[in-house]
Ligand binder design. Sequence first.
Ligand code: CU
Length: 71
Amino acid sequence: MSERTQTYSVPDVSCGHCVKAITDELTKVPGVGDVAVDLERKLVTVRHDERASDAALRAGIEEAGFDIAAA
Ligand SMILES: [Cu+2]
């Protein structure tokens, strides 16, 4: 199983509640290992395997109520 890392720019993350909401949604996506949120740089980094598609990860972040900025 190959592991990948994907980073998304999420401009509206601002506090621990945002981090928790995003982490909770992303960890529901099959294949997601861990989620790291950099509040200063507004970046969400997801470690995952091939079960978690880019679309599924984006959907998880959106499900948490956040928009993803274009890379
Ligand atoms: Cu917040």
